[in-house]
Design a protein around this ligand. Structure first.
Ligand code: NDP
Length: 479
C-alpha cells in the first residue's frame, strides 16, 4: 500500500563521523590495547560491521579502577567544586559543538532515528552536564553533605547509550568521584567518542575511564573490591544479580531496572493529544525505553474511538533508515532483542490477544519490527506483565478510576505511568495512588535533568537527575 505520507528520502550525511576500524580501552586518559579479546559492533539497520572493540579483562578493569583511585586521591577529590565545574561546563560545550557527530554516531551504532538522537538524546546529554556543573560548587546546600564516595563503577545499557552515560558520569564527577564506566556491548561507540571529548576538555587522566566489554566486564567492575559505588541501568535480572554481588559490602548501589508502565486514558481526555502521547509512549526509540508506556489502559466508553484513531496514526509512522530525517521508528538494536520481541508477540497471539501491525515495508537487511498493538489483552497475559522492550503495545480497558489504579499497580514494576484527563484534580488523585516513580500528566516520556527519575519495587532503587541525583554520589551526613 502506498502511504499518503510517502516522503522523498532525506538522509543525514555520515561523513561527519570518523569510525576507526578498531578501538582500545580508555584508561588513565589514554587509549590502550586491552589484554583480552575483542568483539564487533554492528549497525543494526544494515548488519554492517562498524568496528572491532576491545573486551576488557579482569586485569584491564583492575587497571582502570587503579587509575580512577589515583585520580580520585591525588586530583579530583582535592579540587574545589568550582574547579570541577569548569571541566563539566567544558565537556557540556564540546558535546554541543560536536552534537551532530554524536547524534549520527549514536544512530549508526544504536539504530535510533536521527531526529531522536539529534533532538532528544544529545541535547539532554549536554543539559545534564550543564545542570550538574551548576551543582558542583553548591553541594553543601543540597542536603546530602559534600563528601564524595570515591570510585564509581557504572554499567549502562544499549537503549540510550550516551544519555545513560551522562546520567551516570555528570553527577558522579560533580560530586568529586571518579568513574569506571562500561557501555553496553552492542553500543560502545559514543562512549568511546565521549572519551575523546574528555581528552579534548583536558580532564585530568583517570577521572573518567571507559572499559568496553560484555557481561563479564560488567561483573568485574561491580565486584571489584576498590569500587565504592555501583550504578547500574539495565534488566531486572542483572540488577538482582548485582544486588546479590554487593550485599554485605560497603558499596553504595543504585539500580534503574525494567518497567511495564500504564498509560491511562480517561474519557474526558483530549483524544488526539492522547493518541500522540500513546505513540510517543511506546514507539519512541522503538519502544526500547525502560519507562515506555507499554500498557495502554483506556476507559471503556472511548476505547473504540481511541483504537481507531491510534491505528490511523500508526499507519503514518515511517519505519526505516535511522539516518533519514523523516524516520519515526528505526531499527531494533540487536538480533537478540528482535528475537525476544518476536517471541513475546507470538506468545501474545497464542494466549488469545488480537494482534495488529501498521502496514509498512521493512528493509530486507538489519533488524526490524513493525509498530504493533495487541487488543483484548487480559492482566494474566505475559504481554501485559513482562517487559517486551520493543514497539509493541498491550491494550486493556477499565471503567472507573479505581479499576485503572488497581490494574496500573498490578505489576512487579513501578517506574513510570501516564494519566490523560481534562481534570486537574483527577491527575493529582491518580498520581497519589499510582505506585510509580514518575507520573506524567497529559504528556509522556519527558526527561529533564532537573527532575529526579527512578523506580519502586522491581524497577530498582535510587534516583537519578535533579538534586536527588546527588545523593547517590555523596557520603551524606549519616554515612
Ligand atoms: P542487561 O541488563 O543484560 O545489560 C545491561 C548492562 O549490564 C550491559 O552493559 C551488560 O553488558 C551488563 N551486564 C550484563 N550482565 C552483567 C552482570 N552479570 N554484571 C554486571 N553487568 C552486566 O540487559 P540486556 O542488554 O541483556 O537486555 C535484556 C533485557 O533487559 C531487554 O530485553 C530489556 O527487556 C531489558 N532492558 C532494560 C533496560 C532498562 O533500562 N530498563 C535497558 C536494557 C535492557 P552487555 O552489553 O554485554 O550485555
Amino acid at each position: 500500500m502506498t502511504s499518503p505520507f510517502e516522503y522523498a528520502p532525506a538522509p543525514e550525511s555520515r561523513a561527519v563521523v570518523d569510525i576507526k576500524p578498531s578501538y582500545g580501552l580508555f584508561i588513565n586518559g589514554e587509549f590502550v590495547d586491552g589484554s583480552g579479546t575483542s568483539f564487533k559492533t554492528v549497525n543494526p539497520a544494515t548488519e554492517e560491521v562498524l568496528a572491532e572493540v576491545a573486551e576488557a579483562s579482569d586485569s584491564d578493569v583492575d587497571e582502570a579502577v587503579k587509575a580512577a583511585r589515583r585520580a580520585y586521591t591525588r586530583v579530583w577529590s582535592r579540587m574545589s567544586g568550582a574547579e570541577r565545574a569548569k571541566y563539566l561546563y567544558r565537556i557540556a560545550r564540546i558535546i554541543q559543538e560536536r552534537g551532530r557527530e554524536l547524534a549520527v554516531l549514536e544512530s549508526i551504532d544504536n539504530g535510533k532515528p536521527i531526529k531522536e538522537s539529534r533532538d532528544v538524546d544529545v541535547p539532554i546529554v549536554a543539559a545534564h552536564f550543564f545542570y550538574y556543573a551548576g551543582w558542583a560548587d553548591k553541594l553543601k546546600y543540597a542536603g546530602y553533605g559534600d563528601t564524595p564516595l570515591g570510585v564509581a563503577g557504572q554499567v549502562i545499557p544499549w537503549n540510550f547509550p550516551l544519555l545513560m552515560l551522562a546520567w551516570k558520569i555528570a553527577p558522579a564527577l560533580a560530586c568529586g568521584n571518579t568513574v569506571v564506566l562500561k557501555p553496553a556491548e552492542t553500543t560502545p561507540l559514543t562512549a568511546l567518542l565521549f572519551a575523546e571529548i574528555c581528552q579534548q576538555a583536558d580532564l585530568p587522566p583517570g577521572v573518567v575511564n571507559i572499559v568496553t566489554g560484555a557481561g563479564d566486564t560488567g561483573r568485574a567492575i561491580v565486584s571489584h573490591p576498590d569500587v565504592d559505588k555501583v550504578a547500574f541501568t539495565g534488566s531486572t535480572e542483572v540488577g538482582k544479580a548485582i544486588a546479590r554481588a554487593v550485599a554485605g559490602t560497603d558499596k553504595k548501589v543504585t539500580l534503574e531496572l525494567g518497567g511495564k508502565a500504564a498509560n491511562i486514558v480517561f474519557d474526558d481526555a483530549p483524544l488526539d493529544q492522547a493518541v500522540e502521547g500513546i505513540v510517543n509512549g511506546i514507539f519512541f526509540n522503538q519502544g526500547h525505553v525502560c519507562c515506555a508506556g507499554s500498557r495502554l489502559l483506556v476507559q471503556e466508553s472511548v476505547a473504540d474511538e481511541v483504537m481507531s484513531r491510534l491505528k490511523r496514526r500508526m499507519a503514518t509512522l515511517r519505519v526505516g533508515d535511522p539516518l533519514d530525517k523523516n524516520t519515526d521508528v528505526g531499527a531494533i538494536n540487536s538480533a537478540e532483542q528482535l528475537a525476544k520481541i518476536r517471541e513475546l508477540s507470538e506468545i501474545g497471539e497464542a494466549e488469545g490477544a488480537e494482534r495488529w501491525s501498521a502496514p509498512c515495508e521493512l528493509p530486507s537487511n538489519g533488524y526490524w519490527f513493525a509498530p504493533t498493538v495487541f487488543t483484548g489483552v487480559s492482566q494474566a497475559h505475559r504481554i501485559a506483565r513482562e517487559e517486551i522492550f520493543g514497539p509493541v503495545l498491550s491494550v486493556l480497558t477499565f471503567r472507573t478510576p479505581s479499576e485503572a489504579v488497581e490494574k496500573a499497580n498490578n505489576t512487579p514494576f513501578g517506574l513510570s505511568a501516564g494519566v490523560w484527563t481534562d481534570k486537574g484534580s483527577r491527575i493529582l488523585s491518580m498520581a497519589n495512588r499510582l505506585r510509580a516513580g514518575v507520573v506524567w500528566a497529559n504528556t509522556f516520556n519527558k526527561f529533564d535533568p532537573t527532575s529526579p527519575f527512578g523506580g519502586y519495587k522491581e524497577s530498582g532503587y535510587g534516583r537519578e537527575g535533579g538534586r536527588h541525583g546527588l545523593e547517590a554520589y555523596l557520603k551524606g551526613a549519616d554515612d
